[in-house]
Design a protein. Structure first.
Length: 339
């Protein structure tokens, strides 16, 4: 493990106003997305869609890393350049999703544990040889009646830490993602309580596993009301609660925090990020690692049609630029229509 090397990669992913494009949807997930635009989820359609995203002119000005799925890391551009090589050559560092998904946690109804540790050391070695320089593992924490349990939080933190240690052993930067889901009718206060507990358990587990914090990226949820909450907190409250939670739980050694969008609209996710970065001096880069909040407008513009290829790229370019401005604390909602 070379901590300086890992730190340099982490900083390149989220420094200079840049963020991360999450394009690591599994085949079932991207099939659902394609269903919304009446496009068949064939291997070639998935390849072409990702090629549209990756070859967007100017994307590298705002995107420092791209998370790939196992299928995608083995695919190439129309000119035959392997996607990881294409991205790395532009300075958009290629990464890979390595977990195998959240499965029911035995004995704990309504709770999940993320699997994928078996054989991970060998898979990381292969992904490194294919050009991946960072990885992603997502833990899923549900809020509901009497959940999450302490055991669920600790079990997921332990798995995240084991994964992170294996990544660093392979000279791969781990993105650690303890996602507290927005699903439910919980208040923003309840989300803050659970997010704080999840982050506290995570950093305790990372320390126990001797993970170098200088060589990770944290990918948390924002502290936000449940989607079905009666009175949802406004953007200023979301920014304030999220920053309070992060300052209490995230050590300054962590080079970057890249939020997941977690079901927020593209505009919501950008506004919240912008407000946080306008709040003043922070010990870490506060960036984005969005999937739907970057891709949804591009997917809608493309609609599986070759004649819409450029329109799809334009939609991604707009969102990438606006999120970059939010990372720099320069975003204003009026830019949505101006852009």
């Amino acid at each position: 493990m070379n901590v300086n090397e890992l730190n340099a990669v982490a900083k390149a992913m989220v420094g200079n106003g840049k963020g991360i494009l999450a394009a690591d949807e599994s085949t079932p997930t991207i099939t659902k997305r394609f269903d919304t635009i009446d496009t068949e989820s064939t291997e070639e359609n998935r390849r072409r869609y990702r090629e549209m995203l990756f070859t967007t002119p100017g994307a590298a000005d705002h995107i420092g890393g791209v998370i790939l799925f196992d299928e995608t890391i083995r695919q190439s551009t129309g000119e035959g350049v392997a996607f990881p090589d294409y991205l790395n050559n532009l300075g958009m560092i290629a990464g890979i999703k390595v977990d195998t998904g959240a499965k029911p946690l035995a004995g704990f109804p309504g709770e999940t544990i993320t699997e994928g540790l078996d054989g991970l050391r060998d898979r990381l070695a292969e992904y490194y040889s294919l050009g991946a320089r960072f990885a992603k593992w997502r833990a899923v924490i549900n809020i509901g009646t009497d959940i999450p349990s302490d055991f669920c939080i600790e079990a997921n933190a332990h798995a995240l830490a084991r994964y992170a240690a294996l990544c660093q052993e392979a000279n791969i930067v781990p993105i650690v993602e303890p996602e507290v889901l927005m699903d439910g009718d919980h208040s923003i206060e309840r989300c803050e309580e659970v997010t704080s507990a999840a982050l506290a358990a995570l950093f305790e587990a990372l320390a126990a596993h001797r993970v170098a914090l200088e060589g990770i990226i944290l990918k948390p949820n924002m502290v936000i009301s449940g989607t079905d909450a009666a009175n949802r907190a406004g953007p200023a409250d979301v920014a304030e609660a999220t920053l309070r939670c992060l300052k209490a739980q995230v050590p300054a050694e962590v080079p970057g925090i890249a939020f997941l969008s977690g079901g927020q609209s593209a505009e919501e996710a950008t506004e919240h990020l912008g407000l946080m970065n306008q709040a003043g001096d922070l010990p870490w880069e506060l960036s984005f690692s969005y999937g739907r909040a970057l891709q949804a407008p591009a997917l809608d513009a493309w609609r599986g049609k070759e004649e819409n290829f450029t329109a799809g790229q334009n939609a991604l370019a707009k969102r990438a630029k606006l999120n970059s401005l939010a990372h720099l604390g320069q975003y204003e909602t009026a830019m949505e229509t101006a852009a």
